[in-house]
Write a protein that binds this ligand. Sequence first.
Ligand code: ADP
Ligand code: ADP
Length: 235
Amino acid sequence: KPIIDVQNVSFTYDGASRPALSSVGLTVREGDFLGIIGPSGAGKSTLIYSMNGIIPHYCKGDFFGSVLLGGNDTFETSLTDLSRIAATVFQDIDAQMVASMVEDEILFGLENFGVSRAEIEPRMAEALESVGISDLRHRAISSLSGGQKQKVAVAAVLALKPRVLLLDEPTGALDPASSRQIFELLRELNESCGITVVVVEQKIGLLAEFTRHLAVLSDGAVRYCGETRSVLRNA
Ligand code: ADP
Ligand code: ADP
């Protein structure tokens, strides 16, 4: 049964002359590892915003169609409730980070979610551990490498125990080795923790190696979607 069901979605940003998404349909099964690829301006970020409810709740524009996230119609469900199902690592993680210390970045989300005092420490430790950055806990975020920052951003959302992890070009600013590490981490979270992963990525090699399904976007439409191997053969 799908955990994300995008049904015939069209979206035009206020002031834009053409839609960023046109009649997009896409389903993501629970436990899937889906890659999204396409040229700049294809609508990849907009599709992520439609999956997590930022569209229609936060971005202004004309929205048609419907999206079900964990069975909830995003139009009728608050962003707060939606954020308990899907967590997002945005493209601009520097803008996403709210704290200056690693520990505080993770603490922020936990407190925001109303996690009890007793549960905060174990969740913090588990999130850092699962991403392999326990040693960075007391570091300043500004002192970290790009790859380390990405891991902090992932740890901060993992602490919230989402069923779905949405990531918008997490390797965009990373060298090949760090990019691979991020995907190995995503695979681990997907396979061991059963987290559904949806990742916008431009590096075909990583998509081919790590994702199960792949959607190719251009001009706001899904051109191909299916098993990664067959999409890459036909695209
Ligand atoms: P991407 O790498 O996904 O193409 P962009 O550089 O297109 O990212 O977008 C970066 C930010 O600028 C995003 O928050 C996006 O919503 C916003 N943005 C992109 N295009 C426009 C536009 N034509 N008008 C206003 N904001 C835009
Ligand atoms: P991608 O992530 O594939 O680069 P986006 O989803 O960022 O594509 O953008 C899709 C289209 O929507 C582009 O034409 C972009 O310029 C436009 N767009 C994105 N954000 C905004 C915005 N905030 N306001 C107006 N247009 C936007």
